[in-house]
Design a protein around this ligand. Structure first.
Ligand code: AMP
Length: 596
């Protein structure tokens, strides 16, 4: 059996089955079958394609051809004019379905004379389409796509179009693929997940598991230029609870309100990766220079928070100011107008030595030893705390300094760097949680309702969900229609309408039926007055009371689009349940003091 034997039509038959189910376990079993049938060389490509991608995120190469171009290619192969295609698109909202329809009704199918498309061939052509750049690129993209479509069956065309336009949306998550690879190998989920967390490359992991098994995957390690998936924090709302969780002692650090950066340095070569593993080096030439000078190791992977500051006063500025740095042009000018300070909090790798399995304070010592500190380039402020009074005092200091609160970290021998995991080794304690009125939540848009009156025809209200990490689904927690400016509603209508789905996405659990469903993608910051029991929201369903979930009362959009967060980084169902419980305590203790 040679490489690349899987027909694209076979892959498509698996996609049809995946699309027909919303059950994660069924999805996993279908994927197991699919990976069993694939060669090692194909497995990686299949993993990317199934997620609607071509490469891992740090490469920056994405599918996402403009719909207009795809329509032109469709016109070329079907002979139907663009207007008609656009009309059909308005009806179905899915250019993939339109392609299927057009090719099925085409009288003169030429596919008989042509050879079958294979996964290898399709992937190769998609790579070409993604990479054409510069003069004549559009024409080449259209030509290559129409070449593929001419050989495709109607069903194949449906997925080809969804793939090139970046709208695959099978409802399969990266963790479902990991589960499938483990199930196929008869175990080893932990090793496979670890490999994925260290290289953030699902294709590399899939092809390695196929060719060298779980054992091969466990040899995947950290490498310069390959971002490690970040360790994440849980949250609690009181100093006592936090110290209780950490067996009485922890390392409290300021929680700076900026953007997380993972710095990779090799000699004078510096790369910067975002929290979502994108390569953002080109946007921060100042950070590159600071790291070249300030990180003394020959080779290092270290993490810091970059915070905007006012060059006139030296004061730290809120997170929003950093948005000015997300641009393609005038980068040097922006770097001068909106300079950043770097606060380092972890070292993952130094001069050939992986550090992630060392306890926190040892990693910090190593970090300190390679840092040449200056005013805007230093370690995070931090102290070891063992009593809640000191922790609360430190928290106030942090807030006074312009931070969001603190992160308290485990310092026991088990306090390793757990890549890609949210866990109790790091616990955030944000100031806003102290006062229940200013809690902010980061929630995921899963649906929308059209407005009435002045807002009719435009999106006016959003259905928001929290992330349930155990089930890997999104559960609704409120409808939000306040806090949006006219521009926000314009923007939301423009962004959400084209990605509307006619039925509930696989990973969403909802009792409410919005006017349109949207794939969980966009994260917004929401404030609310309190959390209440709710008969219509699925977040925390049955956990507090039978037949009730939890809802945010009087939710408002704060104006902050959390573009730095993936939907899986959103506030979790567990966190909302904790907030609900701690709020009850606040009310209870308020009543006590009144009685006293
Ligand atoms: P959140 O985004 O609310 O889940 O909080 C976690 C984020 O806080 C991390 O991803 C970092 O970007 C940021 N952060 C700020 N200060 C620290 C610190 N001292 N240690 C770890 N993370 C920090």
């Amino acid at each position: 059996m040679g490489e690349g034997r899987l027909d694209f039509s076979r892959l498509v038959s698996f996609y049809e089955r995946l699309e027909a189910t919303t059950k994660r376990l069924e999805m996993r079993d279908i994927l197991v079958e699919l990976f069993r049938e694939s060669e090692p060389g194909e497995a990686g490509k299949i993993a990317y394609l199934t997620l609607g991608e071509l490469y891992p995120p740090h490469t920056g190469v994405e599918l996402g051809m403009a719909e207009k171009l795809a329509i032109r290619a469709l016109r070329l192969v079907s002979g139907v004019d663009e207007q008609r295609v656009e009309e059909l698109l308005r009806k179905t909202g899915d250019l993939g379905l339109v392609a299927e329809q057009l090719l099925s009704s085409k009288k003169t199918q030429m596919t008989l004379s042509l050879e079958e498309l294979t996964v290898e061939k399709v992937y190769g052509q998609l790579e070409r389409i993604a990479r054409f750049a510069g003069e004549g690129a559009m024409e080449m993209k259209v030509k290559t796509l129409s070449g593929l479509l001419a050989q495709a069956s109607p069903k194949e065309a449906k997925y080809l179009i969804r793939l090139v336009t970046g709208k695959m949306r099978l409802g399969v998550a990266d963790m479902t693929i990991i589960d499938a690879l483990a199930a196929m190998s008869g175990g080893g989920k932990e090793e496979i997940e670890r490999a994925y967390n260290l290289c953030s490359d699902i294709g590399l992991v899939a092809s390695t598991v196929k060719s060298a098994g779980v054992e091969g995957a466990s040899r995947i390690g950290m490498r310069f230029g390959i971002p490690v998936r970040p360790m994440l924090a849980e949250r609690l709302t009181s100093a006592e609870e936090i110290l209780g969780k950490l067996d009485g002692t922890g390392f409290a650090e300021y929680k700076y309100d900026g953007e997380r950066m993972q710095i990779h340095k090799q000699n004078s070569h510096v790369l910067i990766f975002s929290r979502r593993q994108e390569n953002i080096t080109s946007q921060f030439p100042d950070v590159v220079e600071m790291c070249r000078r300030g990180l003394k190791a020959r080779e290092a992977i270290a993490e810091c928070e970059a915070v905007a500051y006012d060059p006139d006063t030296g004061d730290m500025l809120p997170f929003q100011e950093l948005m000015h740095r997300r641009r393609k042009y005038d980068i040097e000018k922006a770097a001068q107008l909106y300079p950043v300070s770097l606060f380092f909090f972890d070292a993952l790798y130094v001069d050939g030595q992986p550090l992630i399995d060392l306890p926190l304070l040892e990693r910090r010592k190593m970090l300190e030893s390679i840092l040449e500190p200056s005013e805007n380039f230093r370690l995070t402020e931090g102290i070891v705390v063992s009593d809640s009074e000191n922790l609360d005092k430190f928290m106030l200091k942090a807030v006074e300094a312009g931070c969001e609160g603190v992160i308290v970290k485990d310092i026991s021998p088990k306090s390793v760097y757990r890549a890609g995991a949210r866990g109790w080794l790091w616990i955030k304690y944000k100031r806003s949680y102290v006062s229940k009125l200013t809690d902010t939540l980061d929630l995921v848009v899963v649906g929308a309702f059209y407005g009435k009156g002045k807002r009719s025809g435009k999106i006016g209200t959003l259905l928001m969900a929290a992330y349930d990490e155990d089930a890997d689904v999104f559960k609704t927690v409120c409808k939000v229609g306040t806090g949006f400016k006219d521009e926000d509603l314009e923007h939301l209508t423009e962004t959400l309408t084209p990605i509307a789905l006619s039925r509930k996405p696989a990973r969403v659990e909802s009792i409410m039926e919005p006017d349109i469903w949207v794939r969980p993608e966009m994260v917004l910051e929401i404030v609310g007055d309190e959390i209440t029991l709710s008969p219509i929201h699925t977040c925390g369903w049955g956990a507090i009371r039978q037949d009730a979930g939890l809802a945010v009362r009087f939710p408002r959009f704060t104006g902050r689009y959390r573009e730095d967060k993936t939907p899986e980084d959103a506030t979790t169902v567990k966190e909302i349940m904790e907030m609900y419980k701690s709020q009850l305590k606040v009310i209870a203790s308020g009543e006590e003091s009144e009685a006293a």
